[in-house]
Design a protein around this ligand. Structure first.
Ligand code: SAH
Ligand code: F3S
Length: 432
């Protein structure tokens, strides 16, 4: 009987890909298969996120639960960003944890597994050319890392301290990986990096240096790849070449994530984001001029330390001018090892009011945008079975639509007409 692995993945798409990488190594080198039931697992991994505060005691109470109910002799490993920044403290507080593996060290999973109380959290470790074995949780869509780490120093963000400096993965490795995935059925590839449009700034070895626009051009020449998505570009690096390539390359999905964070120039400066409100709006205008059908999503942090009513009004102003298709909004959360950590926080009632005001406005804008989609037809790539006999997929510009249907539609493109509007998902009918 094969050994069983239970893995819980929190956080972003990069963590999902890190989990796939760990599963791949454990399957190929150690003979593990995955299970959804931790009680029957021989190895329990929790791949953590530390971008916002998830009270540390919550992690420890969850670990306590795993320890209490796990199979006799099962091992527990804590991986990911919280592993990177808490390190040994995890084993001090939860001595039954067998190893701690940082976000930039996942290639060492098979080594730490056999070491007692290993703590591998070196954020300078370079995995950019590591040949991971192949494992993908979906055969229709492939996450592909194009860089590791982040070179920015946004004052609110812990990521550079957990994932280290930014290193791009050589283009030929990315292209080989994309081709392999696409030949195996992944018609859509999803490129991942903290700042994808800064691609090519630094490689670890002596490799051909190309920028993100050129990488997109090369990937789009792979016949089997029909759609390319990516996350996240940084507004600072949105030059004309990139926006023009985005607009004219038919394989690039017309959905852009542009993390605004704040609309106030004072706050953007305090966050060290490197752009102004005016630059951001100018880039949106350029994008819409090159690509009128683009859908734009964003991340916004409310109540960064020092945010005044006027600063917040600037964020609202950008929202009204841009009318984002989707907003991920967060209350500022102080993170260890960041520049903003010790700044005086905005009163918590004020932050809650601002967040709910922003979310209400966002819902209004979103409902108006959605209502106008009724009766439209989109080419949908089906990727997930959902409840009640429906299957869902996405349009090129990231609209999520469900239709009645089953497995045979997975990984298939169909033209779909929108017949009902919902806030997070539309309903449609396949056109013959
Ligand atoms: N480079 C990534 C950012 C990763 S963090 C990107 O551009 O998407 C994802 C999002 O979490 C950020 O865009 C930011 O909006 C939010 N975030 C990061 N640190 C935060 C903090 N300390 N408090 C609240 N939200 C935060
Ligand atoms: Fe974080 Fe800013 Fe990098 S948000 S991931 S430091 S671009």
């Amino acid at each position: 009987m094969s050994k069983k692995l239970f893995i819980e993945t929190l956080g972003c798409a990069m963590n999902s890909r890190d989990s796939e990488h760990m599963i791949a190594q454990l399957r190929e080198k150690e003979g593990y298969t995955t299970t959804d039931e931790f009680r029957e697992a021989d190895l329990i991994l929790i791949n953590t996120c530390s971008v916002r505060e998830r009270p540390v005691h919550k992690l420890f109470s969850e670990l306590g639960g795993f320890n209490k109910h796990k199979k006799k002799g099962a091992k527990i490993g804590v991986c990911g960003c919280t592993a990177s920044h808490l390190g040994e403290e995890i084993i001090k507080r939860a001595p039954y944890v067998n190893f701690v593996l940082g976000a930039r060290n996942v290639s060492k999973i098979c080594e730490v597994l056999h070491l007692d109380k290993a703590v591998e959290i070196d954020i300078n470790y370079d995995e950019s050319e590591f040949a991971f074995d192949d494992f993908r949780s979906s055969s229709h869509k492939a996450f592909i890392n194009i860089s590791i780490g982040c070179d920015k120093s946004c004052t609110f963000c812990i990521v550079p301290k957990t994932r280290g400096d930014e290193i791009s993965i050589p283009a030929d490795l990315i292209i080989q990986e994309a081709r392999r995935a696409a030949v195996n059925g992944a018609k859509e590839i999803f490129l991942l990096g903290q700042n994808v449009n800064n691609y090519g700034r630094r490689f670890s070895g002596d490799t051909e240096k190309i920028n993100f626009s050129e990488l997109l051009r090369r990937l789009s020449k792979i016949d089997e790849v029909e759609r390319i998505r990516f996350t996240s570009p940084h507004p600072f690096h949105m030059d004309d070449e990139f926006i023009e390539e985005f607009g004219k390359n038919p394989k690039i999905c017309k959905s852009m994530h542009m993390p605004l964070q704040s609309g106030s120039n004072t706050i953007l400066k305090a966050m060290k984001r490197g752009y102004t409100k005016e630059w951001f709006i100018n880039r949106v205008q350029k994008l819409r001029a090159e690509c009128p059908e683009v859908s734009i999503s964003t991340d916004i942090i409310v109540a960064f330390p020092g945010e005044s009513d006027e600063d917040f009004a600037d964020t609202i102003d950008v929202m009204k001018q841009v009318r984002f298709d989707q907003i991920f909004s967060f209350k500022y959360s102080p993170r260890p090892h960041t520049e903003a950590e010790h700044l005086t926080e905005v009163d918590s009632e004020i932050s809650s009011d601002r967040l709910s005001y922003l979310q209400t406005l966002n819902n209004e804008i979103h409902d108006e945008i959605n209502a106008a989609l009724m009766g439209n037809t989109y080419r949908v790539y089906f990727e997930e079975l959902i409840r009640d006999g429906y299957i869902s997929g996405r349009s090129d510009n990231n609209i999520v639509i469900k239709v009645k249907g089953s497995e045979e539609l997975l990984g298939v493109f169909k033209d779909v007409k929108v017949t009902a509007i919902g806030r997070t998902i539309l309903t449609g009918e396949i056109l013959a």
